[in-house]
Design a protein around this ligand. Structure first.
Ligand code: ADP
Length: 741
């Protein structure tokens, strides 16, 4: 015969998909969270790049504009020759006659007489005559020019304008210089006179006065200024400004002159040495000079009107002397456009503060965020210096690149994340770089956000894991319950099969008349009755259990004499106990009832001293309590060894009715005290067959007692027997019900 196993037609429940469903959203959430953090960081970096570019452009624009203004208002050009002599503006000349121009005695006498006639006797004709005689002696050129000038003035005062104009022109046409004895330049004065006579323009007079600067030049400008016509005034003012500029430049030249004067030791000066080495000298030199100093020493007192603060730069601290000639620096030459000049070198003199400071101040005004550093290259020279501006680093490919940064940070400066360039007039390239110097500062906000996201993820993860564990435990519990249920079915079948088989055997024996002895017959009948009662009690239990499980179990509360109920139950169980060789005794019940109609009481098994006379009537479901008690007694008998005793006692206190069943069985370990009340739970294996039972008795007891608002207590120790107590509370209502009986 071939055995063949067929699988059950249901699938064994699994936890895999439930677990996946609980944990999968968590995993997806974690991935999304990580993605969000990453994207947040990327966006912040991108945003920083855009802002850096914006900042670089702004700085470049600002510097361009500032540079233009700086160029226009603050830079002065001075032209020098290779020996360092001033070419432009024209150097100031003294109007005095050079000491080497000597006159002959005759010439000197003639000149003195002419002057005398001119100033003291005011004899125009005589002085004119004498000056003409003097000129006829061919005097040295400067003296001749002076004589011409005097003649022209005399002609003018006598009203002969034409002659005067002619004489002034003669003087001007003579290439010889014409220094006046009062320190002025006679040519400049002649131009003025011609202009005042209407022979030439006032503008030309001013221009010529500035071309030959002498201490009298301001007076010439003043003379023009005091002319009645408004044009004259405007012209004078315009030229006055140029004059001031020239004066300032001459002053600056005087200041810097020692720096490129001939070196006495080597016999060369800076420029010439460069020229000799055939190195092209720098086209520009930079000199910083405090304006105030210039203004006070050179200009004050000469100003016909307040010109304004053209030369006052408020950013320069008063009294500071920033005289600083950077001659011969190769990078200075590259810094600005080369302007070759046939005669010499152009000297750019800046009375503004140092260029680097000026650039830093410009950047500062933009208030760049702390995490950005700005470095600036002007020309090929890395000008920016950090000063007190932490955001600015000196970096880049030019000279001094990153030195300041490295000094304080001991690392390479961070690479630029944005650059902007401008080429300005006169071709001055700016390169602005923005570096991310404080990455931590930038990502501060992102870090805070990331922390939040991480916290949410951790909480979500913990919740998911907690859910997973509890679902897994519930699943296991369910699985175990299903197992216990199937064990229950086999236990019930087993419990039914054995007694039914014996009952059948006995009944068949009786039927066939095999049993003849009346005593034996009686015993068979008793056994059959007993087993049937036991079986129906078990079936009752199973049915009750089914009702409880389905929530259909109903209790009918009515006044019941609990004493009598206990007594009856004990009596009912007595034969079963006797069969198992166990002594079942009742130790507490209502005295009167026991005495009057009970042989059981009369048998003397009742401990008289314990009997109470109190009424044991209460409102309960008598049937259910009976069943609960049967279960307890049944358990006690089942677990008691032969010859031992099982005591049932009833105790009535004003607040509760307690029924206890005590045995001397094996006892129950403390850890199991709660579990034994669970459905299908049996100590040891569920399929244990030493003691009959299916594992639902105590769960029914618990349900019944709890339906009465009572409780079941278990006192047991391994090896010392067990005591189960049902406590049913007596409320006002139940007491009243009792009295009514
Ligand atoms: P069963 O049908 O197995 O008796 P119960 O619910 O009545 O089911 O009891 C549950 C378990 O409690 C029993 O299997 C038994 O191990 C234990 N138990 C109950 N009463 C006693 C007792 N008086 N002494 C020892 N163990 C007991």
């Amino acid at each position: 015969m071939r055995e063949r196993r067929v699988k059950p037609n249901y699938r064994k429940p699994g936890f895999f998909w439930q677990g996946v469903l609980i944990l999968a959203p968590m995993i997806v959430l974690a991935k999304l969270g990580a993605l969000a953090i990453w994207q947040d960081k990327r966006m912040a970096e991108h945003d920083a790049e855009l802002r850096a570019q914006d900042l670089a452009e702004q700085v470049a624009d600002r510097l361009s504009v500032a540079w233009l203004g700086y160029q226009a208002s603050n830079t002065h050009h001075i032209l020098i020759d290779f020996d360092g002599n001033l070419l432009s503006p024209p150097p100031m000349r003294s109007g005095e006659i050079a000491p080497d121009t000597t006159l002959t005695t005759e010439q000197a006498t003639l000149l003195e007489r002419a002057r005398h006639a001119e100033f003291t006797t005011k004899n125009v004709a005589e002085s004119t005559n004498l000056f003409r005689q003097f000129l006829a002696t061919a005097p040295p050129p400067s003296h001749a020019q002076q004589a011409r000038y005097s003649l022209a003035l005399l002609a003018s005062s006598s009203g002969d304008t034409n002659l005067a104009a002619q004489l002034f022109r003669e003087l001007l046409n003579d290439p010889a210089p014409a220094p006046g004895d009062a320190g002025g330049d006679l040519k400049a004065l002649s131009h003025l006179k011609l202009a005042l006579m209407g022979e030439s323009s006032l503008d030309a007079a001013c221009s010529n006065a500035l071309a030959f600067p002498t201490p009298l030049t301001p007076q010439i400008l003043r003379a023009v200024y005091s002319q009645p016509s408004p044009e004259a005034r405007g012209t004078a003012e315009r030229w006055w400004k140029t004059w001031q500029q020239d004066e300032l430049n001459r002053y600056l030249y005087a200041k810097i002159r020692p720096s490129f004067q001939t070196n006495t030791a080597s016999g060369t000066n800076t420029f010439r040495s460069l020229k000799e080495k055939q190195i092209e000298p720098p086209a520009w030199l930079w000199v910083g000079v405090t304006n105030e100093e210039v203004f006070t020493e050179s200009i004050r007192g000469e100003v016909p009107q307040v010109v304004g603060s053209d030369f006052v730069d408020s950013s320069v601290p008063a009294g500071a002397n920033r005289f600083n000639l950077r001659s011969g620096r190769a990078d200075t030459a590259r810094l600005l456009k080369r302007r070759p000049h046939p005669d010499g070198n152009l000297l750019a003199v800046s009375p503004a503060p140092d260029l680097a400071e000026w650039a830093v101040a410009s950047v500062k005004k933009l208030r760049a965020p702390d995490y950005f550093g700005v470095s600036l290259v002007i020309g090929n020279y890395d000008v920016i210096r950090p000063l007190d501006l932490p955001a600015v680093v000196s970096s880049g490919g030019a000279k001094g690149a990153g030195r300041t940064w490295m000094k304080t940070h001991h690392t390479e400066p961070p690479p630029a994340i944005a650059t902007a360039t401008r080429v300005n007039e006169p071709e001055l390239p700016f390169l602005v770089r923005v570096h991310l110097v404080g990455k931590d500062l930038l990502s501060e906000q992102q870090n805070a956000r990331s922390t939040w996201i991480r916290m949410v993820l951790v909480v979500a993860g913990a919740t998911a894991i907690f859910g997973f564990i509890s679902a897994y435990r519930a699943f296991h519990k369910q699985l175990r319950l299903a197992e216990m249920k199937s064990n229950f079915v086999s236990s019930v079948s087993h419990e039914l099969r054995a007694p039914i088989a014996s009952v059948r055997l006995m009944a068949e024996g009786l039927e066939r008349g095999k049993i003849t002895e009346p005593e034996k017959k009686q015993e068979y009948y008793r056994f059959i009755t007993q087993e049937c009662r036991r079986l129906s009690s078990m079936i009752e239990n199973v049915l009750d259990f089914a009702r409880i499980e389905q929530g259909r179990k109903q209790y009918e509360f009515e006044p019941t004499d609990v004493g009598a109920l206990v007594e009856e139950t004990v009596k009912l169980m007595e034969p079963y106990a006797a069969e198992r060789g166990v002594h079942l005794t009742l130790v507490a019940a209502e005295v009167t009832r026991l005495h009057s109609n009970d042989e059981f009481a009369a048998s003397g098994e009742v401990d008289q001293s314990l009997l109470t006379s109190a009424a044991t009537v209460a409102i309960v479901d008598g049937q259910a309590v009976h069943q609960a008690l049967v279960n307890l007694i049944d358990n006690a008998i089942k677990h008691s060894p032969m010859g031992e005793e099982v005591h049932v006692s009833l105790d009535q206190s004003p607040s509760a009715t307690s029924i206890s069943v005590q045995d001397s069985g094996p006892g129950i370990p403390a850890t199991e005290h709660e579990k034994i009340f669970e459905r299908f739970y049996r100590l040891g294996s569920e399929l244990r067959r030493e003691t009959p039972g299916v594992g639902i008795g105590l769960s029914i007891v618990k349900h019944v007692v709890e339906a009465h608002s009572g409780r079941v207590l278990v006192e047991s120790e391994v090896g010392h027997g067990s005591r189960f107590t049902i406590e049913l509370p007596i409320t006002a209502e139940t007491r009243k019900g009792g009295e009514e009986i």
